[in-house]
Design a protein around this ligand. Structure first.
Ligand code: UDP
Ligand code: MG
Length: 153
């Protein structure tokens, strides 16, 4: 099973969308295996958004991510990285397709509700960045046998 990271950003927390985001993950059939509210310090944002540190708008991103705590979620499922990325929609909420989290709840590039890992490799790094081993939980979903076929697992 793959694991991927989802961050519920301050834009979702301030707009009362925590439940909407979690509901979409649950309804899709994905499993939450870790969840915590946390403040992001400069160090973790610099590391997490290292690909954007040199951009002129990086201070705006940092400010946005520190406006409130975020909620970090570890999500598990078959091909969970691509499944969650598809649920997320494209970066710019104005272009993101209706039906996606960003497409339904955002009209901004910056304030786009969630972060989600963009590759299997990055998902592994990002889950470890936000969670200690003992903060990830292993349990069987009661509906597992009706979520996947035997030959998928
Ligand atoms: N971002 C922004 N302006 C940009 C590009 C990115 O404000 O031109 C913000 C936006 O919140 C985005 C985050 O920086 O979600 C990380 O950017 P990335 O390109 O990794 O997009 P994502 O993977 O979140 O779709
Ligand atoms: Mg990204």
């Amino acid at each position: 099973m793959e694991q991927t990271l989802l961050l519920i950003k301050p834009s979702a927390i301030q707009r009362g969308l925590i439940g909407e985001v979690i509901t979409r993950i649950e309804k899709k059939g994905l499993k939450l295996t870790g969840m915590k509210m946390m403040n992001l310090d400069d160090a973790i944002i610099n590391e997490h958004y290292a690909h954007l540190v040199q951009k002129p708008f990086f201070p705006i991103i940092k400010n946005s991510m520190q406006a409130t705590p975020v909620i970090a979620c570890c999500i598990e499922g078959i091909e969970a990285v691509q499944v969650v990325r598809a649920l997320t929609g494209s970066t710019n909420g104005r272009n993101a397709l209706p039906g996606t989290i960003r497409g339904d709840f955002s009209v901004s590039v910056l304030e786009n509700i969630v972060h989600t890992s963009d590759s299997i490799e990055n998902a592994k790094i990002e889950v470890k960045r936000f969670f200690c081993d003992n903060e990830i939980f292993s349990y069987k979903s009661a509906n597992f046998d009706f979520t996947y076929s035997p030959d998928e697992i």
